[in-house]
Write a protein that binds this ligand. Structure first.
Ligand code: TYD
Length: 211
C-alpha cells in the first residue's frame, strides 16, 4: 500500500519581482519548457480572479482607498481562497501531481505591504496560516527600479498605485531583499535579469527543484 508520503506531488514554483521585471516572460519560457518535457503545468497569479481579487484590483487601481493593513488582510484572504478552492486550488493541483507556476505570492505581501505596515505581522499571518502552502522555490527576477519603471511606462497601460513612482519601486526592491535575508529556510533564488530572456531562463531552469 502506498503511504501518503509516497504520492508524488507537483512542484509549487513562485515568480516574484517588481512590476516590469520581466517575470511574465520568464514564466512563459518555463511553462513552455516544462510542458515540452511532458509535465502538466498550471499557471496562476495573485491577486486572483476570485471575488477577493476583485476587491484588491479596485484598491490597486486607486478607485477605493485601503489602509496597508486592509490590503494585507485582503491579500491573505485571496491567498487562502487560492489555496483551498476545490476546483483548481493550489492544494488540489499539487496533490494531483501538477506543477503550479504562480505569478506573485506571499513574498509580494511582505515586500509591498511590509513596506507600509508591520512586516513581522504580515509575515506571521501568512507563514503561520495552515492553509497557505509554502512554495518549493521562489525565483526573484531582479532588475534595477529604473529599468522596471521604464518598462511599466512603455506599456502605456493605466498605472496601478505601486507603479506610479520609480522611488516606490526602489523601496519595494529593497524590501524584497530585506525580507529574503529573514527567510533563510525558504528556497529563494535571486536571478539578476542581465542577459537575454533565454539566458535568464537557463538560470531559472538550472535552479528548479527536481520533480
Ligand atoms: P501584477 O503582477 O503587477 O498584476 P498585473 O500585471 O495584472 O497588474 O500585481 C498587481 C500588483 O499587486 C503589483 O503592484 C503587486 C501588488 N501585490 C501586493 O501589493 N501584494 C501582494 O500580496 C500581491 C500578490 C501583489
Amino acid at each position: 500500500m502506498m503511504s501518503e508520503n509516497n504520492i508524488k506531488k507537483g512542484r509549487f514554483i513562485v515568480f516574484e519581482g517588481l512590476d516590469g521585471s520581466g517575470k511574465s516572460t520568464q514564466m512563459n519560457l518555463l511553462c513552455d519548457r516544462l510542458q515540452r518535457m511532458g509535465r502538466t503545468v498550471y499557471r496562476t497569479a495573485e491577486p486572483t480572479e476570485l471575488t477577493t481579487g476583485g476587491l484588491i484590483r479596485d484598491a490597486l487601481a486607486g478607485n477605493y482607498t485601503r489602509t496597508p493593513e486592509e490590503l494585507s488582510a485582503l491579500f491573505l484572504s485571496d491567498r487562502i481562497a487560492h489555496n483551498v478552492n476545490p476546483q483548481n486550488g493550489i492544494i488540489k493541483l499539487l496533490n494531483d501531481g501538477i506543477d503550479v507556476v504562480c505569478d506573485r505570492y506571499y513574498y509580494s505581501s511582505f515586500a509591498y505591504q511590509g513596506m507600509d505596515s508591520d512586516l513581522d505581522w504580515v509575515m506571521a499571518m501568512n507563514v503561520n496560516c495552515p492553509t497557505i502552502t509554502k512554495p518549493d522555490v521562489c525565483f526573484f527576477i531582479d532588475v534595477p527600479s529604473e529599468i522596471a519603471k521604464g518598462r511599466v511606462d512603455k506599456r502605456g497601460a493605466f498605472l496601478e498605485i505601486f507603479e506610479r513612482e520609480e522611488s516606490t519601486l526602489a523601496r519595494i526592491r529593497q524590501k524584497y531583499l530585506e525580507v529574503f535575508e529573514k527567510l533563510k529556510d525558504d528556497n529563494i533564488v535571486i536571478i539578476p535579469s542581465d542577459g537575454t530572456p533565454e539566458e535568464v531562463a537557463e538560470k531559472v531552469f538550472a535552479n528548479l527543484p527536481k520533480a
